[in-house]
Design a protein around this ligand. Structure first.
Ligand code: NI
Length: 153
């Protein structure tokens, strides 16, 4: 996929997600239908945490020389209290966040696309890598939610 396609995937994700979870019952949102996988609600709250981290990493890469980029324990974050808030709060955060995130990506010059940060788990990473990884991340969580809902008894 091209850089343009990555950004379109990221741009359209909040609306795709909103359509996918629209009208789901409390039970559909909070029942772990797949063993050892997150509920639909946990998926929604997780993508906000993940994409906020990625947005901040992008800005660190653009504004510092080879900044260290920290990972985080996503399973532990999913156990914190804010994962029990209504998903609407996270859907709205995601809409604003993705507008800002895509706006910064689309402003990048050729030389900015190849700047580098040092990720604590995966080593050197560029804005281009981030666009690819997070376009894939959007698709992966749409898929996970679809599989979770498909597993309802
Ligand atoms: Ni994820």
């Amino acid at each position: 996929m091209s850089r343009k396609q990555y950004l379109e995937t990221i741009e359209h994700f909040p609306q795709r997600l909103r359509v996918l979870v629209q009208g789901l019952s409390e039970a559909q949102l909070s029942t772990p239908y797949l063993r050892n996988e997150w509920t639909v609600a946990q998926n929604v709250h997780h993508v906000v945490d993940s994409h906020m981290n990625s947005y901040i990493r992008l800005k660190l890469i653009l504004t510092e020389e080879k900044p260290p980029l920290k990972g985080y324990d996503q399973e532990a974050w999913a156990e914190l209290s804010d994962y029990h808030l209504p998903i609407e709060i996270s859907l709205q955060m995601l809409e604003g966040l993705h507008k800002r995130w895509v706006n910064v990506f689309r402003s990048l010059s050729d030389s900015q696309w190849t700047r580098v940060g040092i990720h604590s788990e995966i080593g050197e990473i560029t804005p281009h890598d981030l666009a690819r990884i997070y376009a894939e991340h959007c698709d992966a969580h749409i898929d996970q939610i679809q599989r979770t809902l498909a597993a309802q008894p």
